[in-house]
Design a protein around this ligand. Structure first.
Ligand code: 5GP
Length: 123
């Protein structure tokens, strides 16, 4: 299990040390706009607890945190108006996933056709 670094940028956002454009706040989750949006809708949804990635979250979060987080992700999609036309939810983890910020986050992307998720792997 990867250990949590409380100096990561999302931990600082949660502590109010860095401003954010909040879309939704619940008991256990926070959703805010990505600073470098890749689509007309690009929102990051994070748990408030100190979890590095989904493996860490699923192993150690309480049921209340897990339920809150799943519902927060769905609620962001509703609030941002992407439910009907569709969206992509991505969570990058670790080195191969190219996770830059080591605090669990789901990217919600939408507002335009997003194309295929990945290029086919080269032989
Ligand atoms: P990752 O590559 O870890 O999945 O994605 C990290 C995301 O965090 C990137 O899309 C990046 O633009 C976003 N990000 C990095 N620093 C900040 C920040 O200070 N504020 C906000 N709102 N987003 C950030």
């Amino acid at each position: 299990m990867r250990s949590y670094d409380d100096q990561n940028i999302f931990a600082k956002i949660l502590r109010g040390q860095i401003p954010n454009q909040t879309v939704l706040e619940t008991d256990h989750s926070l959703a805010f706009r990505d600073i470098q949006p890749q689509a007309p809708v690009h929102v990051l949804v994070i748990p408030k607890g100190p979890y590095v990635d989904f493996a860490h979250f699923s192993a150690e979060a309480s049921e209340a945190e897990v339920i809150d987080y799943m519902r927060a992700i769905a609620e962001v999609c509703r609030l941002e108006g992407v439910e009907e036309d569709g969206f992509r939810a991505i969570s990058n983890a670790g080195q191969n996933g190219v996770q830059e910020v080591p605090h669990l986050h789901v990217h919600i992307l939408g507002g335009r056709p997003l194309g295929r998720m990945l290029q086919p792997a080269s032989a």
